[in-house]
Write a protein that binds this ligand. Sequence first.
Ligand code: FAD
Length: 541
Amino acid sequence: MQNQMTNTIEMYQAALIAFEQAVGKDFVATDAVALQRASTATFPTIPKVCAIVKPASRAELQQCMSIAGQFCLPVYLISSGKNWGYGSRVPVKDDSILIDLSRLNRILDFSEELAWVTIEPGVTQRQLLDYLKARNSKLWIDATGSSPDASLIGNSMERGFGHTTYGDHAAQLCGLEVLLPNGDVIETGMARFASALASPVYRWGLGPSLDGLFTQSNLGIVTRATLWLMPAPEYFQAMFFRCDDANNMPAIIDALRSLRMDGTLRSAIHIANDYKAIAGIRQYPWRETGGLTPLTPDRMAKFRKEMKFGAWNGSAGLYGSRAQVAEARRRVRKALTGKVEKITFLDDRVFALATRHKRLFGAISGWDISKALDLASPVYGLMKGIPTDRPLAAAYWRKRTPPPATMDPDRDGCGLLWYAPVAPLEGGHARILAEMASRIVLRHRLEPMLSFTLISERALICVISLSWDREVPEDEERAGAAHEELQRELTKAGYPPYRTGIASMETGNTGGAYARMLQAIRRHTDPDGLFAAGRYDYLPR
Ligand SMILES: Cc1cc2nc3c(=O)[nH]c(=O)nc-3n(C[C@H](O)[C@H](O)[C@H](O)COP(=O)(O)OP(=O)(O)OC[C@H]3O[C@@H](n4cnc5c(N)ncnc54)[C@H](O)[C@@H]3O)c2cc1C
């Protein structure tokens, strides 16, 4: 037994030396603080990271994978590791080497005319935006509400989404370069033909299309991808609406579906309930509630009247020529009249004026512009692809101290878990989801923060956010129980999630022919099963 342990430690030491030789001493971290941080998410987790390795190139990454294979070490991978609410940097399997690709951050190629950029996995939202600005580009990125320093490829690997017409991120990827754990490098789409000129613009290639195999999977590491960018429209207006009567929400969803179907609205439209809206502008009202939790629906209704937002609050971008936007505005008004209390349209000129002259604007329009701008300004930017860290403050909702200047929910003990079911784009489904989620979350004494995203013409994603203070153990237990119940009940009702966290990666593990096929592919790509074991895994348990 003693001998076996000594051997294991010696092997581990030898592996570390090999990693250091591959990437440089400064880029292998084994100190307790770094490992503890990398093993901490926004909810309780068990698996630990045993070393963090940061390669700077695909060649170094290949060496790292080969070292892991040689020493039989499990590997987990991040692009920037900001997967907050789903597991952050924590691996699914214990004692994993964490490979951090943030140093693979080159922007490799770019076409203004055809609106694409080829990037490495470490490239962040901020970095790409700065790159485009420096070139006076007329192209926009699509940003998420996560940190400006979150990666573009990591988010797309989870099939995350943003706010513009390019909001469905995995749908904007083309021509992936993928390192398989077995050492092979493959290119998807047209790129496998060395002479093909259309690799960055034609996704399907010739023959079976493999791109989908590498999102939400553990079949390979994407080391390069082309991302399609959105040509800036001639004119842009943001639309915000407020609905005070929650019973109108399903009719609003149906009206918006028609507008998406006929092309009037083309972006990922977001509709948030009052709980999600309040968390976007302030922390829990500890003083006003005398410290009692949760914020009951009655109290919530009072706050939303005071703060002038609705039971449901929507936002969408209108993009096109001035004439197209004017026509879209007319159709939106017609479709939503009688269902919402207020629709506001803002363009850059009005937005800048309102921000500069808040008081005057408020007096003329009779609208409390200050509070409205607080809620609207980050969303306004996101509709133009400008990332912001403002939404991140919502992770501090139940904390007793304000969010620090540099926010890090893992480090700061913010409790955050998402459950994000997907449903057909029909008001009736939105009503069922809202009712079930609110009932379950309130029963566990947390606030039911919900939003609906019309991700396409046919589907909506409901993001349910559970937010608590990790320093309150009872709430941590309640959040875990609420998450489990949401997953169980909503899946049973027909609404499984579009993406999942590390604690529930077996959700899709229904066995059968689907699992058998994926197992066969994995036996080829990763015969030793060392890469991201357990991540969206379909191996029998
Ligand atoms: C306040 C707040 C708002 C948020 N808003 C949004 C939002 O609007 N939309 C949204 O989608 N998410 C959102 N998130 C969730 C999350 O923060 C983002 O999805 C974020 O982009 C994920 O982190 P990342 O980009 O660093 O990915 P990473 O953590 O680097 O990657 C995520 C996972 O993908 C896999 N992966 C990463 N890189 C590769 C690769 N190169 N090859 C193969 N697999 C890989 C890994 O398994 C990794 O665990 C939000 C979170 C918070 C707290």
